[in-house]
Design a protein around this ligand. Structure first.
Ligand SMILES: [Zn+2]
Length: 303
């Protein structure tokens, strides 16, 4: 630990395995490297989502198709994707993975699902929860499962805070902070007077961007390995870096204003030299990173 904060307990809540790698993976590595205890909850195995591996097989001429791949069951697909989720957690330093295995369909917010998430919150007792943004300009909890998960997680955290032994049969747990990762609908700016959802927390993930790319290399089921992952991170996280002044960044949004004892002036605000053109640097170019897909990653089904 290099700063004064004690080790944190952090809980990620995601809709699908791919989200663990493709959303705030750099932020997760920054925290696992400082000794924080990070747990991940993934609601579905994502069996329908971007199933590139099977689609590629269907696209072949019939006499060249592998019958083992075409004959794979839903359970085979889920097991394959679950292994990818476990491997992504290993790459990022996440200690525990909870997987609900909800069918990968268009969920709606239900009491039962909120209680399931709340049970994990009560077990993990996080200081900080990271999840999907529940609202966006183009998406809402009515039309996007990520937003549904973000919304239900927010309600589960609130339920845990409000719990009473007399009513709920257990003690409350108060999560200190929730940060939301933006999907579509985030304004392309960190200018807080801009319109739309403007993220208010930006992390420089340049020192760990190689781990985010390595996590994407695991996702062969969706074709995110190799050039796809490098293009994604170079274009999107690189753009976010341009917005906040570093090579690669991840944005987060809080749902309430932050109170300080004094104005939030950081040491680097005082020491930063003025540069007329301070466009971000050229550190750790994603396309130069070697591919680290595990050798057996394409062996499908697993057995
Ligand atoms: Zn997803």
């Amino acid at each position: 630990m290099t700063d004064e904060l004690p080790a944190l307990k952090i809980l990620l809540v995601h809709a699908h395995p791919a989200d663990i790698a493709a959303e705030g993976a750099g932020t997760v590595v920054l925290h696992t490297r400082r000794g924080d205890d990070v747990t991940c909850l993934v609601c579905s195995d994502g069996e329908r989502h971007h199933n590139n591996l099977i689609y590629r097989e269907y696209a072949k001429p019939p006499d060249q198709c592998d019958p083992k791949v075409l004959g794979a069951t839903v359970d085979d697909i889920c097991a394959f994707k679950r292994r990818e989720a476990e491997r992504i957690c290993d790459v990022l330093g996440i200690r525990r993975l909870y997987a609900f295995g909800w069918p990968d369909v268009q969920w709606v917010c239900t009491h039962e699902k909120i209680m399931q998430i709340a049970e994990v919150v009560r077990e993990v007792r996080p200081d900080v929860v990271l999840t999907h943004m529940p609202w966006g300009e183009q998406q809402s909890q009515l039309t996007d499962v990520h937003a549904v998960v973000g919304h239900m997680t927010r309600m589960a955290v609130r339920y845990c805070s409000d719990s009473l032994p007399q009513v709920d049969g257990h003690e409350p747990h108060h999560t200190k902070l929730i940060f939301y990762f933006p999907m579509l609908g985030m304004a392309d700016t960190n200018f807080m007077f801009g319109t739309g959802n403007v993220c208010d927390v930006w992390l420089d993930i340049t020192p760990v961007v190689d781990k985010k790319v390595e996590a994407l290399d695991v996702l062969v089921s969706q074709g995110y390995e190799g050039s796809m992952g490098r293009k994604l991170v170079a274009a999107r996280e690189g753009r976010w870096g341009m917005i906040c002044g570093c090579s690669y960044a991840e944005p987060w949004m809080r749902d309430r204003a932050v109170r300080y004892a004094h104005l939030p002036v950081r040491p680097e605000d005082l020491t930063k030299k003025y540069v007329p053109n301070d466009l971000p640097g050229d550190q750790m170019l994603c396309h130069q990173l070697p591919q680290k897909t595990p050798p057996d990653a394409y062996d499908f089904p697993l057995s």
